[in-house]
Design a protein around this ligand. Structure first.
Ligand code: ADP
Ligand code: ZN
Length: 780
């Protein structure tokens, strides 16, 4: 009987397509194949093979590609991802299947040069400089040599043509050398040592039977559910018992195969590593990574913003002797392929990466660390809407590998999972080295008014003055890029708005432009009002960091001021250098957006001033309180990490707001208790579930009509509420009008099946209408 292969294609297609397997070709699930699709050839992955009598009218598979097959755990992850997010399965596959692109084919040879001993024909000054550097006989890359000598590359080329330098092929640069788990072990504090011991005990098989996590309480007792799933993942397990059992069986087989560990009952846990800012969480999970490397297994460390991790990579190198391989979606060409191959062969032991690193084909994954697990940046908001922290937990389950979620300010979901025993919980309650957390004080802006035209209260100005006079550093935090968030004409009242989006244009004085932060649209800041034509009436309203910098420079003309935000001129490279300058104490006052709030270690910083602590509290988003608490806890936590104690001042109009009050009292537990109680009362996540459907179209009426037709087809059953369509908070983005439907369900409802059925019976998507589904939206 002829065989038929079900081929999944990495395009926005929902299911696999059937192809005939030509005689002489044997295919296995996971094989990467070439297939005809319409008039062209494309690539797909075998998702199933069956014998079928009627397969002869199908188009045949062209052939198998000579690349490693997509392994079982990754296929499993793709299935989970598609089922959970409702993204087309082909789109989910595209994340795991990044095939070599043109540039990656055929390794080019790196050339090294050194002095040949022959004199140059024309000994110019530039040439002599190069030969001076090359005189030590060392092999260097051409550009490295040119740079070191301070000449252009053409001088080096000239010397090669001349025979004064000889060129030799170099071995390809390794993407990562093996880390040494015992390179430089740091003496741990008692609290850290306890945490490491607990962590390693939890991570490895054969715990005593009474050391198991409590059964999950969220879904009622007795569901027999495995620990270690996120609230959402657990829900999925519950509603897909068959797939779940298959996943567990596959995971166990895989675990036995890769580890040789025969303990069938060991289920690797998810562990919340919670420790206040500066408590030394990194050193703790480094020991878990070292343990894993010693056992010959691989570690993945996920970071929310990989571009700014230079300091972290240095720290890793200090501990392990080498830098780890790094990964993000921008890594291209050969490097990407070398990392994928190294990971698949088990040659790369540790990867530090952004969320897309979750889809790397690790051979023996032994731990996944999600650093700053509460970060919103882990949620991908376009294409496949997935949360990398939740998918890390799912991957851990599939691979039976422990997942460590590290944070000073865990997400509410993770805290609830830890409290209910679904995750294990390790706490570092104090800062490392006996350092104190900063004292936090409110500056009530109703009484502590800044002077006219100023945005900094007198008490904060005085605190900055004191700090810099003592030779310490101050940070002024304002989460607003640019100079002013709104520009208005005082003569005619015109406000400058984006032509593609429902947003105000933000003035960027440095760029002399009005910029849309949503779509990037920019126009020159006009001299005269474009509406009424009068001069000198355009007024910037409100502050951004550039405007604060202007005020600070005027107040402290002889101090070194650095502004750090994501549109820093000079790009990521310059930004890294500036962060380094701040860390080394090479500036007095830092003005920054959320970019400086997180993760950085600035040992000279003793004062943090938050210019608008209320900024996020008024958004009406159910996560507003959580997000503001996390951000302010993180930013104030930058103070006092070095020798001297730190303090923080919060400019606020609502010092009695529960979030501000919790920050002032330093009582994080109170915040979590109140917020969790409020979520539970309102049936919000993780006690209920949410999904958003965003309907968009170039024509407003078309988008709205489609949203209304969807609402009519909603037919919500018991336990499901459908709200909208309402204009989305960003009603116009990149020329598309957006309407939003919100779905809120009780936990017992299978949200995914409900959504799938609803979309299926709903109106057909026509013209340029798009419907994006966001399960577990992070903000709305
Ligand atoms: P967290 O990630 O919890 O905010 P870090 O891991 O960055 O904290 O540690 C805070 C500071 O304490 C860092 O400067 C780190 O180098 C230092 N530190 C932590 N543990 C140790 C240790 N065992 N020995 C020496 N320094 C440590
Ligand atoms: Zn715009």
């Amino acid at each position: 009987m002829p065989s038929v292969a079900e081929i999944l294609i990495p395009l926005a297609l929902d299911s696999a397509y059937s192809y005939a397997v030509p005689a002489g070709l044997t295919l296995a699930v996971g094989d990467v194949v070439q297939i005809p699709l319409g008039p062209r050839e494309t690539v797909g992955v075998v998702w199933g093979v069956r014998q079928s009598p009627g397969g002869s009218n199908l188009r045949p598979v062209t052939g198998r590609l000579d690349v490693p097959p997509l392994a079982g755990p990754l296929r499993e992850l793709v299935d989970w991802l598609a089922r959970y997010t409702l993204a087309p399965k082909g789109s989910a596959l595209a994340m795991a299947l990044r095939l070599p692109d043109e540039a990656a084919q055929g390794e080019t040879v790196r050339i090294g040069v050194r002095a040949s001993g022959r004199p140059p024909a024309r000994p110019t000054a530039a040439r002599l400089k190069v030969l001076g550097v090359a005189a030590d006989g060392a092999l260097r890359g051409k550009s490295a040599l040119a740079k070191e000598a301070g000449v252009s590359l053409s001088v080096v080329d000239g010397l090669i043509d001349d025979g004064a330098l000889e060129a030799t092929a170099l071995a390809p640069e390794p993407v990562a050398l093996p880390p040494d788990p015992d390179h430089a072990r740091v003496p741990l504090s008692e609290a850290q040592a306890d945490a490491v011991r607990d962590l390693i005990a939890m991570m490895n098989p054969a715990p005593p039977p009474d050391d198991r996590p409590e059964p999950c309480l969220l879904n009622g007792a007795g569901q027999g559910e495995a620990p270690g799933l996120s609230a959402e993942g657990a829900h999925l397990a519950e509603t897909h018992p068959i797939q779940e059992r298959q996943a567990v069986a596959a995971a166990e087989t895989h675990h036995k195969l890769t580890t040789g560990v025969g303990d069938e009952t060991f289920r690797a846990p998810t562990i919340l590593l919670e420790g206040v800012t500066g408590s030394g969480k990194t050193e703790v999970y480094f020991e878990a990574v070292a343990d894993c490397v010693r056992r010959g297994r691989q570690a993945l460390i996920l970071m929310p913003e990989i571009a700014l991790t230079a300091q972290f990579l240095d720290r890793f190198a200090e501990r392990f002797g080498v830098r780890p391989a790094t990964w993000h979606s921008g890594i291209g060409g050969k490097r990407r392929e070398r990392i994928r191959a190294g990971v698949a062969l088990g040659e790369i032991a540790v990867v530090v990466g952004a969320r897309s690193a979750l889809f790397l084909p690790f051979a023996h994954l032994g731990i996944v660390v999600v650093d700053e697990e509460h970060e919103a940046a882990y949620k991908q908001e376009d294409g496949v809407h997935y949360h990398a922290r939740d998918m890390a937990v799912v991957r851990g389950r599939i691979e039976n590998c422990p997942v460590v979620l590290a944070s000073a300010t865990p997400s509410i979901e993770t805290r609830v999972n830890a409290e209910r025993g679904r995750y294990r919980h390790i706490v570092l309650p104090e800062r490392f080295g006996g350092r104190r957390l900063p004292d936090i004080t409110a500056l009530d802006m109703r009484s502590d008014k800044p002077e006219r035209g100023s945005f900094i209260a007198p008490a904060l100005v005085a605190a900055v003055r004191e700090t810099v006079a003592a030779g310490d550093q101050a940070l002024l935090f304002l989460n607003r890029r640019g100079y002013a968030p709104l520009t208005l004409c005082r003569a005619c009242g015109h406000r400058y708005q984006c032509r593609n989006c429902s947003t105000w244009l933000v003035e960027h004085r440095f760029r002399k432009a009005l910029v849309c932060h949503q779509c990037g649209y920019a126009e020159r800041r006009p001299e005269a009002c474009t509406e009424c034509g009068t001069f000198d009436n355009l007024t910037p309203c409100g502050p951004g960091v550039e405007r604060i910098a202007e005020e600070v420079t005027a107040l402290f003309p002889d101090k070194r001021v650095i502004v750090l935000s994501s549109d820093f001129p000079g790009g990521a490279e310059r930004l890294r250098a500036e962060l380094q300058t701040v860390a080394e104490g090479g500036c007095d006052i830092v003005i920054g957006t959320q970019l400086v709030a997180k993760g950085h270690n600035f040992p000279h910083l003793t004062l943090v001033g938050v210019l608008d602590a209320d900024i996020g509290l008024t958004s009406g988003d159910p996560r507003a309180a959580e997000r503001t608490f996390q951000l302010l806890q993180q930013v104030t936590g930058r103070a006092g990490r070095g020798e001297k104690p730190g303090r923080a001042l919060l400019q606020t109009f609502q010092p009695d707001h529960p979030v501000i009050a919790a920050l002032l009292s330093g009582d994080a537990e109170r915040f979590y208790e109140e917020e969790i109680a409020a979520r539970e009362a309102a049936g919000l996540p993780p006690f209920g579930r949410l999904a958003a459907l965003i309907v968009s179209a170039a024509d407003r009426a078309v988008a709205e009509a489609h949203g209304q037709a969807l609402a009519r087809a909603a037919e919500p059953p018991e336990g499901v509420m459908v709200l909208g369509p309402a204009e989305a908070p960003l009603a116009l983005v990149r020329g598309r009008y957006r309407f939003r439907l919100l779905v809120k369900t009780e936990r017992s409802v299978d949200l995914q099946s409900y959504l799938r059925d609803w979309i299926a019976r709903g109106p057909k998507v026509r013209g340029n209408v798009k419907v994006a589904i966001d399960v577990d939206p992070q903000s709305f």
